[in-house]
Design a protein around this ligand. Structure first.
Ligand SMILES: [Zn+2]
Length: 450
């Protein structure tokens, strides 16, 4: 029902009055106006304004409050669309540019990581991702899809005439004195196109190591301060591995004050760091991961960050680099610190090479935090509720939960003997606190829900 709200109908109402009474007109039918509401007491007043009978669709208060979140932005986007349609000039990109500007500015203010502009059967959905979850900002008539797509393709240096094949591009935008990079992905769908803008070098990605919320900060610092070694940050997609990796690089970069050469190999470079040599993988010109790795040692680095260990080859080169006097930092996609050891052994690299290079495995997860403004305590547990501050989701922000394996003499022995995960856990017993145990504790404290 709220798929296609006619925001134009709201222009006849005073916005504060409308929000106070939770009245949302959604459709102008021939004989009546349809209004979403929690009660019908304003019938006379509304009939006077619209000069038509009013049909009330009674819905939950919470649902309506949600619709009124960021209402000013929704109205603005709607107005620009209306103005564009009225002008009926596809060549005029001024309005479309301001539509995109407002959208991007809003999503950055919301700390969002991606913007999704998706063609549906009869309308266009615009959503944005915050804390890993998508939120809808507006559903709008499809007639603005093509102009938006064309402008985005133009600024992303893509071919406007291609609509039936996927395309990847990028653009930059300066907002309030900060440069943001965007990666544009356009994919044809059955109803048109799906456009996703990835917001890169978002300030959120570039945090201080002490502010991330890791338990093992001091252990990390201790180890990466050494001259050589191999440190792995592990976790699932979206677990914040990259943020941790950047934070370590930031820490090393500041601490060494340009006395050390730091080189990164990334796909793509997500945040530009002054004083660090960052290399972007570009397969389109054959600047592959392997090719960069082969050449990187000749660049005389002290610290090397490899975006991801993806195969035996990259693991071998990472080990080789650390054994020849470099500090190597990287990530690997696994669900736990102990599972990482199995994964490395599965790459068929000799165990003695792993134990002589690897110093630390940090595994992490990102979990949604209960909203502090609305969570309640019930039956011995904290549970979510929902309020304007958390967009009625009950959650606000995320917290990192980590577990850490320091590869000491004992662990080296276990790895050499190829002990199973369970056997190692038993042996470590008191010295290892798993992510699951930390999560249990945080549930007790009311940081997470169950
Ligand atoms: Zn809340």
């Amino acid at each position: 029902m709220t798929n296609m709200i006619d925001y134009g109908l709201s222009s006849l109402l005073e916005t504060p009055w409308q929000i106070k009474n939770l009245i949302l007109p959604i459709k102008d039918e021939k004989l009546f106006v349809v209004v979403l509401s929690t009660n019908e007491k304003l019938r006379d007043e509304l009939e006077l304004i619209y000069k038509k009978p009013i049909k009330f669709v009674i819905c939950q208060k919470k649902q309506l409050q949600k619709e009124f979140l960021n209402f000013d932005i929704k109205l603005k986007l709607y107005e620009i669309k209306e103005e564009f349609i009225k002008q009926n000039k596809d060549s005029d990109t001024l309005l479309i540019n301001s539509f995109i500007d407002i959208l991007i500015r809003f999503t950055i203010e919301q700390n969002s990581s991606d913007i999704h502009i998706e063609s549906q059967k009869s309308f266009l959905t615009i959503r944005y991702r915050v804390d890993g979850i998508l939120r809808t900002i507006i559903n709008i008539t499809s007639n603005i899809q093509k102009p938006i797509s064309s402008v985005l393709k133009l600024i992303s240096k893509l071919d406007i005439s291609i609509v039936r094949l996927p395309q990847d591009g990028a653009f930059e935008k300066r907002i309030d004195g900060i440069n943001y990079s965007f990666r544009t992905s356009v994919v044809p769908t059955i109803y048109g196109e799906s456009i996703v803008l990835r917001i890169l070098n978002n300030q959120n990605l570039y945090k201080d190591i002490d502010t991330i919320g890791l338990n093992c900060v001091e252990t990390i610092k201790d180890i990466v301060d050494k001259k050589q070694g191999f440190v792995l940050i592990t976790g699932a997609t979206g677990s914040g591995k990259t943020t941790t990796l950047y934070a370590i690089i930031k820490y090393l970069n500041q601490k060494n004050n340009q006395n050390k050469k730091i080189i990164t190999i990334e796909d793509p470079v997500e945040y530009r760091i002054d004083g660090v040599t960052q290399i972007n993988i570009d397969n389109s010109i054959d600047l592959s991961f392997d090719k960069i790795l082969e050449n990187i040692l000749r660049q005389d680095p002290d610290i090397i960050m490899i975006g991801e260990i993806r195969d035996r080859y990259s693991l071998q080169l990472a080990i080789e680099a650390s054994l020849t006097g470099h500090m190597v930092l990287s990530t690997i996609h696994t669900n736990s610190a102990l599972e990482t050891i199995d994964r490395l052994l599965n790459f068929k690299v000799k165990p003695y090479l792993i134990v002589s290079s690897l110093k630390l495995i940090v595994s992490q997860q990102l979990k949604l935090k209960l909203c502090e403004s609305c969570k309640i305590y019930k039956d011995g547990l904290y549970i979510k509720v929902g309020c304007p501050s958390c967009a009625y989701s009950g959650y606000k922000g995320r917290a990192v939960v980590d577990e850490v394996l320091k590869i000491d003499d004992k662990l080296q022995k276990y790895i050499m003997k190829r002990y199973s995960k369970n056997k190692i856990i038993k042996k470590l017993k008191n010295s290892f606190v798993s992510i699951q145990e930390r999560i249990k504790q945080k549930i007790k404290e009311g940081v997470f829900d169950k």
